[in-house]
Design a protein around this ligand. Structure first.
Ligand code: NAP
Length: 309
């Protein structure tokens, strides 16, 4: 069954279940990552027809792009729709965000080198800086698109106002922003704007870093970024777990598990055309593909809406 979708106004067609690769070589984000296991995650995704891969310069930094690039070499380039991101500039020990056109040009060149490829399917400005006019930043990406170095244009972590400025000439295909059942601010202004302007919204942290996967209990402890995340603290953590548990009967009734219901719910939202759950093990990749079997009724959609409203 072909369920491929078109990304924004681009000519890219992807499996709506993509792969987030910040745990592939993202040593600055997760401790003790096994690089071979990470490459196996990417390989499994491609073998299973999950063709939309999401990486970034800052995962590692650099290492995620390098590892994804190594695995890509094992396949025909056109089998893969590769997204990466840039905007972080290292100045000594400091990292600053830079959206200046010349810097973005260098960022794209750097990503092409690390990925060892001739073109990037989707290049995102990873974060907005404070002073670059956003249409000028995107103007440089449009030039790079005209030169064939990138095939579509994305922005990430932009507010609706910044997105509107970035999209003044109608060049933005995709925005990636934080969105999940616990963080639903995007529903207010962002999703209506993206839906009206043929921009795909790709939510990151779709599982709220695993919380919405339905496998933690109140005794679970964390030694990574989650150790400080408010969703994972004390009483709030318990209440969040209780909400996630309410998804279990809906999942059981459909013969799937909680993560599949969660991802399917997002794909029913306006302009959310694709999701990029992260995976640390190949088995999680295979598992997330079960989402394609889930069909939610209007009643299921509003029940889930209600649990997390
Ligand atoms: P996430 O998708 O919310 O959570 C991923 C975690 O959920 C996995 O590491 C795994 O954690 C667990 N998981 C995944 N599939 C599962 C399954 N089938 N069953 C049970 N558990 C499962 O968070 P994320 O990976 O941080 O974010 C997704 C992607 O978004 C990233 O990889 C990255 O590409 C992108 N991202 C972008 C930005 C941005 O600024 N644009 C920011 C953050 C992330 P455990 O195995 O450890 O439990």
């Amino acid at each position: 069954m072909d369920k491929s979708i078109r990304l924004g106004k681009s000519d890219l067609h992807i499996n709506p279940i993509g792969l987030g690769t910040n745990a592939v070589g993202g040593h600055n984000l997760y401790p003790n990552l096994d690089e071979e296991q990470g490459k196996d995650v990417v390989r499994t995704a491609i073998n299973q027809g999950m063709n939309f891969l999401d990486t970034a310069f800052i995962y590692g930094p650099e290492r995620s792009e390098e590892l994804v690039g190594q695995v890509m070499k094992e396949y025909k380039r056109e089998e893969i729709i590769l997204a990466t991101k840039g905007a972080h500039e290292f100045k000594g020990d400091d990292v600053v965000i830079n959206n200046r056109p010349e810097f973005l040009k260098q960022a794209v060149e750097g990503s092409l080198k690390r990925l060892d490829t001739d073109y990037i399917d989707l290049f995102y400005i990873h974060f907005p800086d404070e002073d670059t006019p956003k249409d000028e930043a995107v103007g440089m990406l449009k030039d790079l698109k005209d030169q064939g170095k990138i095939r579509s244009i994305g922005v990430s972590n932009f507010s609706v106002e910044q997105l509107k400025e970035a999209n003044k000439d109608g060049y933005v295909d995709v925005i990636q922003g934080e969105y999940n059942l616990f963080k639903r601010e995007a529903e207010k202004d962002m999703l209506p704007y993206t839906a009206d302007n043929q921009i795909s919204f790709v939510p990151y942290f779709p599982f709220a870093s695993g919380l919405l996967a339905g496998k933690y209990d109140e005794n679970t402890t964390f030694n990574d970024l989650r150790a400080k995340d408010p969703l994972f603290q004390g009483e709030a953590f318990k209440q969040n777990l209780a909400k996630v548990e309410q998804l279990r009967p809906i999942a059981e009734q459909k013969g799937v598990e909680i993560p599949h219901i969660v991802l399917a719910w997002y794909l029913n939202q306006p302009s959310i055309d694709a999701v990029i759950p992260g995976a640390k093990r190949a088995s999680q990749v295979i598992d997330n593909l079960k989402t394609l079997e889930v069909s939610l009724t209007d009643d299921d959609i509003s029940k889930i809406d209600h649990i997390f409203s």
